[in-house]
Design a protein around this ligand. Structure first.
Ligand SMILES: [Zn+2]
Length: 272
């Protein structure tokens, strides 16, 4: 059996830059590949370094909507930043642009000038990175969180449909949202949340999803699945998430592991 953790933040301080043991446990758990996902100018090169140092690690590079502090007052990625991202994305082990997207979760509900400006900035930077992904023919990992982000993501992505392939990472939406993503040719990726006691609604949604449109991830160090709830999450735990999804879909772990590994390899062609 093989599992692939499609979304891990291995640079997280909790891991102390010491990922050797964590990789050993992942190997023992049949996790064959891990995609180390960056979120800004500081973490993108770290993810590439991990990929260079370890055969089973691949990288994704991008600017995440809540990690834009390094940009100061800039409303979008400067030509220099874009060129840097472009160069990073051409690295043989960088398999995707991500994570990128929209996050209004912590924004105040009132549409002050500041809120509107923040949204506009996120949208511009998201669009810039989608364009880059389209240009390079790379898939994208999308972060979408907070009221209004589903509609805004779809609006920005629609004109690019056919030119981009994307996965909505950490999917917790309803069937309608999943269908909207599938209509755009996108996939969804599921985290340990599917094992949480209070996620009954999400499990109900998953029952209706086509197994071949689902990838699995840890989003570690966050969201550790049962039986490690609230502990520090790591790539080996993706197995618990995968097995739980198999059960929800009425498949054996072997069947689902095979389907989702094939989906993942097709989606990230640079991942050997
Ligand atoms: Zn993430």
């Amino acid at each position: 059996m093989e599992w692939i953790d499609t979304h891990a933040h291995l640079y997280a301080e909790d891991f102390n830059g010491n990922i050797g043991e964590l990789l050993q446990r992942a190997r023992e758990a049949s996790v064959s590949r891990i995609i180390s996902v960056g979120v800004n100018g500081r973490t993108n090169p770290q993810c590439i370094r991990f990929a260079e140092e370890h055969e089973e690690i691949f990288a994704a590079v991008g600017w995440q909507p809540t990690d834009l502090d390094e940009l100061g007052d800039e409303m979008e990625l400067s030509p220099v930043r874009l060129k840097e991202l472009h160069e990073q994305a051409c690295h043989p082990k960088v398999v995707a642009i991500g994570e990128i997207g929209l996050d209004y979760f912590r924004l105040p509900r009132t549409q002050t000038d500041e809120v509107l400006r923040t949204k506009e900035r996120q949208k511009r930077i998201f669009r810039q990175q989608l364009e880059l992904a389209a240009e390079l023919g790379l898939p994208c990992a999308i972060h979408q969180r907070g009221d209004g982000t589903l509609e805004d993501c779809l609006e920005i992505m629609r004109p690019l449909a056919g030119r981009i392939r994307a996965v909505f990472h950490c999917f917790v939406g309803d069937l309608q949202a999943a269908q909207a993503f599938f209509d755009l040719g996108c996939l969804v990726s599921l985290t340990g949340i599917v094992t949480f006691k209070k996620a009954e609604e999400l499990r109900e949604t998953i029952r209706s999803l086509p197994p071949e449109k689902i990838m699995v991830e840890t989003d570690c160090p966050y969201l550790a699945p049962e039986p490690h709830f609230r502990k520090l999450c790591e790539p080996s735990y993706v197995v618990h998430t995968g097995k739980r999804i198999a059960g929800i879909l009425g498949l054996s772990p072997e069947e689902f592991s095979q389907i989702t590994s094939r989906t993942t390899r097709d989606f990230f062609p640079k991942m050997k």
